[in-house]
Design a protein around this ligand. Structure first.
Ligand code: AMP
Ligand code: MG
Length: 319
């Protein structure tokens, strides 16, 4: 009985909080900006020949992630399935035939409670998830730069009043964005370099060549530089930190098995992907950009929940 009463109170508080949030003018403006960003990035990608595919919500195969989250496992039909943490493998599979794809992909990542204070983490968010067949990391970096420049320039042209609402004057970023290797960044700023790098930058900046232990098994290792990956992160300027992660992908069976083993993971966990690799896949590359983080940066707001209609803050059950 006590639990039920407590729950009722909790629900009441949460509903009140949700309604206050939705009636906040700042939130309403940010949601509008997010809506324009969704429209412009999808316009851009379609124009660039990318096909939008529908998101996957549940599957026996999802991104294992390289950081601790609570397990979003569901048992059904006599087997285990997971709520999508990212569509990395589905992207790699779909693009074998469709060649250039993107997904406005909702991801559930049950992040641990301490992430609630970061301003950047939700346990449900959406990625603009992009993948292309037989493209290099550099080609995908160039596409991401064009996409960001196009989106920001249209926002400035077509929705100046929204940026003014947030007192935001965004520059015209020039392509290519600066690039720094993980090793150089660590040497210059130390561990946790993302924060100072972002604070010092006045333009989005790439971090490339990330060490193997920092990432999952699927990002491709340099054949000539073992232990270093053909991948990249994009960092927003002005302290807004990570915008995107991406890279070229492992596609050769022997290399996939070796990488799974190096990460201390089991082949059983990835049997669906391994089976696919056995049948043969071609190499692909891509990236994912969090739409809420994109909006947060454009609006220049501190908290990611303030750009989200129904924010899921780690540790709190919300509508
Ligand atoms: P990842 O490949 O794990 O780096 O995820 C791709 C992108 O999704 C990141 O660069 C962020 O923009 C976004 N993202 C990842 N995790 C979260 C989260 N918990 N909340 C909001 N956005 C996220
Ligand atoms: Mg990342």
């Amino acid at each position: 009985m006590e639990t039920i009463n407590k729950n009722e109170e909790y629900v009441k508080e949460e509903i009140t909080r949700s309604m206050q949030h939705l009636s906040d003018k700042r939130v309403q403006h940010a949601i509008k900006v997010q809506s324009y960003i969704r429209s412009y990035v999808t316009d851009f990608l379609r124009e660039a020949g990318y096909i939008e595919i529908a998101p996957i919500i549940i599957s026996p195969l999802t991104d294992p992630l390289n950081h601790p989250v609570y397990d979003p496992k569901i048992h059904a039909y006599g087997g285990d399935m997971w709520i999508t943490q990212s569509m990395i493998f589905h992207k790699q599979i779909a693009v074998q035939e469709l060649k250039k794809i993107f997904i406005m992909s909702p991801n559930v990542r049950l992040e641990t409670e301490e992430k609630s204070k970061s301003g950047r983490h939700l346990y449900e968010f959406t990625q603009i998830d992009v993948e292309a067949l037989e493209k290099s990391r550099e080609e995908m970096m160039s596409l991401a730069e064009d996409m960001i420049i196009y989106t920001i320039s249209r926002l400035k042209k077509e929705h100046k009043e929204e940026l003014e609402y947030f007192h935001r004057t965004l520059p015209d970023y020039a392509k290519p964005f600066p690039v720094i290797t993980f090793e150089e960044a660590e040497k210059k700023y130390g561990k946790g370099f993302e924060t100072p790098l972002s604070k010092e930058s006045s333009t989005p900046v790439w971090v490339v060549d990330i060490p193997l232990k920092e990432r999952e098994f699927y990002d491709r290792e340099y054949p000539e530089k073992p232990g270093i990956l053909r991948d990249m992160d994009l960092i927003w300027p002005e302290g807004f930190e990570e915008a995107s992660s991406g890279g070229e992908r492992e596609y050769e069976l022997s290399q996939i098995l070796d990488r799974i083993q190096k990460k201390g993971q089991t082949e059983e966990q990835f049997k669906w992907f391994i089976e696919l690799a056995k049948q043969g896949i071609k190499y692909t590359a891509g990236f994912g950009i969090g739409i809420e983080r994109f909006t947060r940066f454009v609006c220049g707001v501190e908290k990611i929940e303030d750009v989200t209609t129904f924010p899921k803050v780690p540790g709190r059950i919300s509508l």
